[in-house]
Design a protein around this ligand. Structure first.
Ligand code: NOJ
Length: 766
């Protein structure tokens, strides 16, 4: 048929009608799906006994061998709703548990399986603090997608991740699990990770439901001591600690985990302001709220419940719907309902939520959808994603110092590789290493060996233990440690002898993975044990000294960073860590990481973070004076600021140009800068955009990150970068806990770290 103009216009009209209809149809389909789900859940609920309902609210722990008969019988009697599984649990074992639920229980309601897949399942990526150092949302998203693929193939339906706790206290061991100190950066990562884990639809067999944790305020435990109290103004909480959770929910997170801690005196698990007023009412969260491990029971120790029954009552009434590693929902809820202290309606609403979660996960349709029998051993190489692990790890490394361009190293040089973390496949995986196996991790020694030219030599000596006292690890949850019993002097002398024969000394120092983990808080943040003495002795050889740090938190390394010619922060870099670090040391990859957290000079400065308030008496290092807010016994700046990270090339950034210097209320702003690679190597950098609201009804931070862009430039290349500030970027939480925008002058700052920035300003009109 000929395409006459009349016919073309008819096609166009029909097309545009279809385009208008599409969203309406999609909306109608969504309503339909929701109605189907509600019908299904309601009809199931109507058939359930009281005991069966209580059973759905319980998550039980299945160890690595999850098959004791008693557990199977409990499941078959309908008293378990979900299993918390060890990441190493065998699929056959999980299937047996599911068999008990769907073949033996009266209503055949499937279980869902959840576990801690925090930075990878079989392929282990850098710890999250490391991933955040990449400022590379695409790479972080890909890592989360891989984790979802592997975890669902291993039988999991849900991960207890991501951890979205903002933390400004490196004494807290769990700072390693999060994405750093900054609300904006963590929020961007939160959305990315949720979308990647859950995929386009939760029912897909490779979609892993996320459980954003720990709601809320856990990262602010006093003194950085784990499980301690958090107490802060509600204004600060709402503005700085909650937005990453909101971002996670906006991205569709299916579940939220309550914190073990109390917030402003009320334990999170019994905190109806958090779980009801904010989560349900303000944010309209429609997903599942799970307690952290044993958190219901701990309400007794917190002193807000007399006994198990009161604890169960307080948790459920506040909005905790499922109890992890439950004791007291099982023991108390049935009688609480019978006595009328918990209404059927309260109980039903929690049960409905659990059933809806299983429905969303596609489990009623196919209970074994993530339990397909795999072939071959679980961690077989072909079931891993090593190329991406190497890529993610390289992007996570932060070059803190590079004096006289000691890095990159020549592939032909004789290297002395020293240190307790140099040939250590256990610690490089980090804590929460899920199903990752040390035997499959690449150590730095292996990485350097494969990166060196054929004519090069690699000398090795351990030099020191991580800690002098193996007993120091005994009470840590993750306490595997390799201890060399020889005297410290012998180990050190061996290392110095190796160093003396080398062109360059590479020394890998830091922490054992268990030292930056749950329950692993420190009062000192130095290099533990004899490692400092080792570094000093190596400095004494006069050889160029490259310090490779492996650790899960900022360390206080003021002196050490002076002794070393170069310092590379590698965190715990995962399965491909050794190769990735070698890629950076030899220059096969130009480092691009930027710190997501401030490095203090001393523990006494903590909390030290870039987006602090100005105070009434700010200290100005350029004009020192008495009666200023400072410590008189230390340089008040951080050792390394938030956003810091060097490259083997150098970049220049122009001062920012604004699309307008007078904004009407509700308007956004375009900020443009010219970035140029001034050096001889291609490299990536992160352009960071900060603002300051000069005057408002409450004090505003001296800087707040509001945008960033990571870009790759070849030598001499110039790029115009445009960063968009939406109108919401200018808002803050006022004294009445409302997000508001107030007119006035704002500074706009752009730089390659949070300290060295170029500033311009605009006025927001009333
Ligand atoms: C306690 C931790 O706080 C939480 O993050 C974790 O998911 C659970 N244990 C389960 O391992």
């Amino acid at each position: 048929m000929k395409k006459t103009p009349a016919r073309l216009s008819m096609i166009a009209t029909r097309l545009s009608a279809a385009l208008v209809l599409l969203p309406i149809l999609a909306h109608a389909a969504a309503i339909d799906m929701q109605a189907n789900k509600d019908r299904f859940v309601d009809s199931l609920l109507a058939q359930m006994t009281l005991q069966e309902k209580v059973g759905q609210l319980r998550m039980e722990y299945a160890g690595a061998q999850p098959n004791p008969q008693a557990m199977l019988d409990t499941i078959a009697s309908g008293q378990v709703g979900a299993m918390f599984t060890a990441p190493t649990a065998s699929q056959a074992g999980l299937r047996e548990l599911q068999d008990a639920a769907v073949q033996r229980s009266r209503l055949r309601i499937p279980l869902f399986f959840a576990g801690d897949v925090v930075h990878g399942q079989r392929t282990i990526f850098p710890i999250n603090l490391g991933q955040a150092s990449s400022w590379d949302l695409q790479a972080i998203g890909k890592s989360a997608r891989v984790a979802a693929l592997e975890a669902t193939a291993d039988g999991l339906d849900m991960t207890f991740a991501p951890m979205l706790d903002i933390s400004r206290d490196p004494r807290w061991g769990r700072i390693s699990e999060g994405y750093g100190e900054d609300t904006y950066l963590v929020s961007r990562i939160a959305g990315t990770v949720i979308r990647a884990l859950q995929g386009p639809t939760l029912g897909a067999s490779d979609s892993l439901m996320a459980c954003a944790k720990h709601f809320a305020g856990y990262g602010a435990v006093e003194g950085g001591r784990d499980y301690n109290t958090s107490d802060m103004s509600e204004r600060r909480l709402v503005e700085e600690y909650l937005p990453p959770f909101k971002a996670a929910l906006d991205a569709g997170a299916g579940a939220v985990m309550t914190a073990l801690t109390s917030l402003n005196g009320v334990p999170a698990t019994a905190n109806s302001w958090l779980l009801h007023d904010i989560l349900r009412q303000q944010w309209q969260f429609k997903g599942l709220v799970i307690s952290d491990h044993g958190a219901v029971e701990e309400l007794i120790a917190h002193g807000v419940a007399e006994d198990g029954n009161q604890a169960a009552l307080a948790a459920l009434a506040a909005g905790t719907q499922m109890s992890m590693s439950d004791r007291y929902f099982a023991r108390g809820l049935t009688s609480l309902v019978k006595q009328g202290q918990v209404t059927e309606q309260q109980l039903d609403s929690a049960v409905r939520q659990v059933l809806a979660t299983k429905y969303d996960l596609g489990l009623f349709e196919a209970p074994y959808r993530r339990l397909q029998p795999g072939s071959g051993p679980d961690n077989e190489a072909r079931r891993q994603h090593r190329a991406h692990a190497r890529d993610m790890a390289r992007r996570s490394l932060v070059l803190l110092k590079n004096h006289d361009e000691v890095l990159p190293l020549s592939r032909h040089a004789t290297l002395a590789l020293i240190g307790p973390l140099a040939d250590n496949a256990v610690d490089i995986l980090g804590s929460w290493h899920a199903n990752g196996e040390a035997e499959q991790a690449v150590t730095l020694r292996q990485g350097l060996q494969s990166g060196q030219a054929a004519d090069a030599r690699l000398l090795y000596a351990k030099g020191a233990n991580i800690s002098d006292n193996p007993q120091a690890f005994a009470l840590l949850a993750d306490n595997r440690v390799n201890f060399d019993p020889r005297p410290a002097e012998t180990l050190r002398a061996e290392a110095v002898a190796a160093a003396q024969q080398a062109d360059v000394v590479v020394v890998a120092l830091g922490e054992a993975r268990g030292m930056s983990h749950e329950g692993a808080s420190r009062t000192e943040l130095n290099l533990p044990g004899q490692q400092r003495a080792l570094l000093r002795a190596l400095k004494g050889t006069g050889k160029p000294l490259v310090l490779v740090l492996m650790n899960g938190r900022p360390l206080t390394i003021s002196e050490e960073s002076q002794w070393a010619d170069a310092v590379l922060e590698t965190w715990f870099s995962g399965s491909e860590g050794g190769n990735a670090i070698a890629d950076v040391l030899f220059g096969a990859y130009n480092p691009s990481g930027k710190l997501p957290v401030t490095f203090p000079r001393s523990v006494g400065q903590i909390p030290l973070y870039y987006n602090h308030l100005n105070t009434g008496r700010p200290f100005d290092p350029a004009r020192p004076a008495a009666y200023r807010s400072r410590y008189y016994d230390i340089d008040d700046t951080p050792l390394y600021p938030f956003g810091h990270g060097l490259s083997y090339t150098s970049f220049s950034v122009s001062s920012p140009r604004l699309s307008s210097t007078r904004l009407q209320a509700g308007q956004g702003l375009q900020v443009q800068v010219t970035v140029r690679n001034e050096g001889m190597r291609a490299g990536e950098t992160v352009v960071q955009l900060y603002i300051r609201d000069r005057r408002a009804s409450v004090s505003r931070p001296v800087k707040e990150l509001k945008g960033f862009d990571k870009l790759l430039l070849s030598p001499g290349q110039t790029r115009e970068v445009t960063l968009h500030l939406p109108a919401s970027a200018f808002s803050f939480v006022d004294r009445n806990l409302r997000w508001v925008v107030e007119p006035g002058w704002f500074d706009v700052m752009v730089g390659l770290d949070s300290q060295t920035v170029q500033t311009t300003s605009f006025e927001l009109m009333p």
